[in-house]
Design a protein around this ligand. Sequence first.
Ligand code: DAH
Length: 360
Amino acid sequence: MDAATTDIPALERDLLARIDQAGDEQALEMLRVEALGKQGLVSGMMRMLGAMSPDERQRMGPLLNGLKDRVGEAITVKKAALAEAALEAQLRASAVDVSLPGPRAYPGAIHPISWVMEEIAAIFADMGFVLEEGPDIETDFNNFTALNFPPKHPARDMHDTFFLAPDVSGERKVLRTHTSPVQVRTMLKQEPPIRMICQGRTFRKDSDATHTPMFHQTEGLVIDKTSTMADLKGVLMGFVKAYFEVDDVVVRFRPHHFPFTEPSAEMDVRCDRSGGVLKIGQGQDWLEILGCGMVHPNVIANCGLDPNEWQGYAFGMGVDRLAGLKYGMPDLRDYFSGDVRWLKHYGFSPFLLPGLAQGL
Ligand code: DAH
């Protein structure tokens, strides 16, 4: 192109218009090469300056430099605009609509122990029992002494107790070894008549397929003026029928010893283990499921009540064992290993809750 005869303003208008219309960075780069590249239009014209007369060079030099600067500037501005537009398009394309439903993730499940405690609570609530609570860390008095365990009595050792370090006053608290201290708490804070259950964690130094150092119990206590062993039997039979969902359960009460009840018994239910499946209710075998008895007069007195006026019964059962029997979970240690595959298999829907009306 001949610089001297070229209409430079027209060329500039043409280049600027094409730069403005460039659709993407690649088209813009081609334009840059065409105009400003080594073999480009402007560069070609600038090379001719050397051959011009001094007058002409003085006229054309600034014109060509101005053209080169403005075209270069226009390309830089356009390039930035195209880059920004490209980024925006990319962001728009990858935008996430947080209001849309997410991928189907595992929603979690109710642990069988929580579920079974709800079942047990529903059954006893239906029989007029109130739910009480107590702490995991207990005083020696509530866990043992008030429950008629004499000091230094070997029964304290039977419980394989976890003792806490002595506090400033020298008192050694314990991780409760059973839920029975909640009987004590309830009698101490409330006037009879009492009809309560309590559920929760309990602790003993023990670990194998049928024992874990942390386990769960349900405790029951009735204190009034008339309740007898026959009432205890009726309540527990009602419980077993409702819990195992069988109408005719055969049970037996086997004499036993607990410091806090007199007389004391363990309750066994008839079961059938033939064919490798455990069936509750009938059969040739017995299965021990809980301890119970008439509350010992010493316990009633230790809790500030007159044993000549008040009497009643109590019972305690292992929730983990009852859950394993009903839902076929053989190894207690799996309950607390936190394995999500186990929970997926044995867990319950978070959208349901057991109740007697719709069945457990
Ligand atoms: N506390 C007993 C235990 O953990 C269970 C028990 C037995 C509780 C008899 C009671 C009862 O309330 O009357 O082995």
